[in-house]
Design a protein. Sequence first.
Length: 230
Amino acid sequence: MSALLRPEAAPEWLRGLVDACGRVSPDDVPFRRRPSGNGREAAVVLLFGDDGPDPDIVLTERAADLRSHAGQAAFPGGGVDDADGTGLDGLVTAGLRETEEEIGADPAGIVPLTTLPPLTIPVSGFAVTPVLAHWATPMPIGVVDPGETAAVVRVPLRELTDPARRFTVTSPGGYQGPAFTVRGLLVWGFTAGVLSWVLDLAGWTIPWERSDVRDLGEAWARRHEGEAIR
């Protein structure tokens, strides 16, 4: 357990999710397990806010010319540096540092609550630990470095749970997985998998049409059209 995690500080609406995460083991990961090799450690922050009309979570859109995962929706976060430390403390520190560097959110206003087991991203080889956090003191956020991030979006949870915004994407290469269309973003791959898992753990999932399967290439090409990809 990291000394930086404060599960007892979760607001009432997040306590069910935090408790569920505490019961999860690596064997419960529904997709993409951690590699057995020496994948570089990284952390992403699932930053939950509740200062608006609806609770939300922060997503970013990666810059279009990045070498990996260009243009994709993502959580703020990144790789662990030596200065971040080791173990779970180092992962939490890295996630908060990267969140500040990417979207300008002051770590002093963010309360890390708990983590999920690390997951692998095969393309990059990273072993990524999701850090769930409450944005206790919200502040204006936005793109800090356009070379890395194209957009920063606060997505209401009611939109992520809306069955009309959920479907399955598939590609000729054999990939198939959950997807969301929210705020002009096509959320798929690692990010969609984590979101889908979190919604299930929290008991927030509303049954959606899993037989609605769409071509990833077509959905990707039309991602900025929002709900028009249906």
